[in-house]
Design a protein around this ligand. Structure first.
Ligand code: AMP
Length: 394
């Protein structure tokens, strides 16, 4: 019998699945169903990245895609026994500060949060329903992007709006929590003295945010009510003056849907460069607009590191993760360039190698690169729900 733990991340037209073993941290297989609908595609990979054969099936719905992925995994592992499934869910509101096994009551609570994350939450929940249908009787565990930030003090949980809005749920939730959870745990293993201190984690990918972690707990994050706030991202705006939105509505007659499209899909690096949302493309481009997009990204990162360090009364470590944070030596070096006043100094040889520690020997503040692994955080939560301890799984 091959024991398996599934991790699932359901988007509007995509489904990302990884199959973890009952023991061990490396997936045995993974799948990406994309453009779910009449033109759906499915890519399957084995433990070493080799392509796997797809079972027959239909990709016109999430439930169909789920069955097809599972059937394909079973071609590879005919005696597969799924012990539990963990789901990435963007919003846990103020109700959940840890993963939770899904019950009808939990689904009701999560459905009530849909207006807070209308672009993601409905699809996440559709993924859970499809999984319940595809493998009934298996524990389904919801893992939240917001949960890690529930430890924020009130001043970082609220906006200066009338209190009734706070009570109605208009709060600074923060996101990317699964990534911060992983990096914080890994730091605890690699450098426990730093993990006990004041750490700024920079999750810089297509989505980008930073988090201040003090003594292992999140105390502030650049993202707030939605995943739009804070740093500029691939296509998301990051922090903007709310007065801009009033102007767009009042003077330009833009609808909520048009403004949503502008802020989520046309802004950030893409909007500034007019070229691409992809940092690699911008680094290789020779246009002044691409250079300015990078300048803006770097500047906002520097500002936020300063702001988050202030929230903790100082900084002991800066940790980079995410596609840009893990791979772009240029962006890391440029962000750190103006942070010497915080005791940050990069060793350029180490930075070029993407080494674990990239700060220079004598620097007061340690700078690290820790590749993040959100799926593993979900797999561990699902394992725990299945009654397996990490000791069992090690
Ligand atoms: P993620 O969303 O975490 O997968 O990150 C995607 C972002 O990482 C994109 O903007 C990529 O261009 C960027 N990225 C990945 N590899 C590199 C690299 N070697 N240099 C610069 N940016 C990179």
């Amino acid at each position: 019998m091959t024991q398996g733990i599934l991790t699932l991340n359901a988007g509007s037209s995509s489904l990302k699945v990884a199959l973890f073993p009952g023991r061990g941290d490396r997936p045995m297989a993974s799948a990406l169903a994309d453009r779910i609908g009449p033109e759906g595609t499915l890519r399957l990979k084995g433990a070493f990245g080799q392509p796997l054969e797809a079972a027959p099936g239909d990709l016109t719905s999430h439930a169909g895609a789920m069955r097809m992925v599972l059937d394909s995994f079973r071609l590879e592992f005919p005696d597969l026994d799924i012990l539990a499934a963990g789901h990435r869910v963007v919003h846990g509101g103020d109700a959940f500060d840890a993963p939770v096994t899904v019950t009808p009551e939990v689904m009701e609570t999560l459905a009530r949060l849909q207006p807070f994350a209308p672009l993601h939450q409905p699809h996440n929940l559709a993924g859970i329903r499809a999984a319940m249908e595809a493998f009934p009787g298996v524990a389904q565990v919801a893992c939240f992007d917001t949960a890690f930030h529930r430890s924020h003090p009130w001043v970082n949980d609220t906006f200066a709006l009338p209190r009734a809005l706070y009570d109605a749920g208009v709060r600074r939730y923060g996101f990317h929590g699964l990534s911060y959870d992983y990096v914080t745990g890994t730091l605890g293993d690699l450098a426990p003295h730093l993990a006990e201190g004041r750490v700024v984690i920079a999750h810089l990918g297509n989505g980008a945010s930073m988090c201040a972690v003090q003594g292992g707990r999140s105390v502030a994050s650049t993202m707030g009510f939605s995943a739009l706030d804070g740093l500029p991202m691939g296509t998301r705006c990051g922090q903007v003056d709310p007065g801009v939105l009033l102007y767009l509505m009042d003077q330009r007659g833009m609808s909520a849907a048009e403004i949503s499209d502008l802020l989520y899909r046309q802004s950030g690096l893409l909007g500034l460069s007019g070229l691409s949302n992809d940092m690699r493309t911008l680094e290789a481009a020779a246009t002044p607009e691409a250079a300015q997009a990078i300048d803006y990204f770097v500047f906002r990162c520097q500002r936020e590191v300063g702001g988050l360090a202030a929230a903790m009364g100082g900084i002991d470590a800066l940790v980079f993760c995410g596609g840009i944070g893990e791979n772009s030596r240029l962006i890391r070096a440029r962000i750190c360039e103006r942070l010497g006043w915080m005791g940050i100094e990069i060793d350029h040889a180490r930075n070029t190698e993407n080494a674990l520690v990239i700060s220079s020997e004598l620097a007061r503040t340690t700078v690290m690169v820790v590749p993040t692994d959100e799926e593993l955080v979900i797999a561990r939560a699902a394992r725990a729900a299945a009654g397996l301890t990490e000791r069992d799984a090690a």
